[in-house]
Design a protein around this ligand. Sequence first.
Ligand code: 6GU
Length: 225
Amino acid sequence: MRIDIISCQPGLVEGFLSQSIVKNAVQSQLVDIRLHDLRPYGLGNYKQIDDYQYGGGAGMVLMAEPLARLIRDLQAEFTYDEVIYMTPDGDTFNQKTANRLSLKKGIIFICGHYKGIDQRIRDMFVTREISIGDYVLSGGEIAAAVVTDAIVRLIPGVINDETSALTDSFQDNLLAPPVYTRPADFEGHLVPDVLLSGNEKLIQEWRMEKSIERTTLRRPDLLDK
Ligand code: 6GU
């Protein structure tokens, strides 16, 4: 899979890419992630990338031309399935979307800043708009990093134990059950007996029961799905 991230503050994403599970995936060549600075595509001597909005109002808008030129350069080199604009007014991201996107061969993420990007880029190039929740971030970079992480960890081979991603919270609309590791007795707090029993069937039943219990308490909305 190839992922291209367009940003006017690539440094915000760089740190994330050079750490984490995503770094391992890149090193193992399971995914090819490329970060593109919008600035060199800017106009004139000052490499201008944003301007005031028509009609007035506070905040700068990323101009159409630099974005269009960069997107077209990328599209000339690779065939992308999706051009995704990260924006608080997009569709709310969830595990289902992560699963779908993890099957794609090529994705471009556009990170906006200021008041956003010229609407014509959204009309002409963008295939999907994603928000990561009902709050506003200063830019789309952190949101693109969130979505990239959620997608990349689903690519087979990225997580050592392949079943691990499948048993995550949300994968079946249930929250994950509690987990324990050594010691069996921590300051008098004991690991549930069933987990020490070695009885696989009882353990699976216990985990399912705890998943349902936790989901009922914390996210009853998930059970309706
Ligand atoms: Cl994708 N971008 C920004 N700027 N803020 C957000 C967001 C995205 N998702 C939630 N808040």
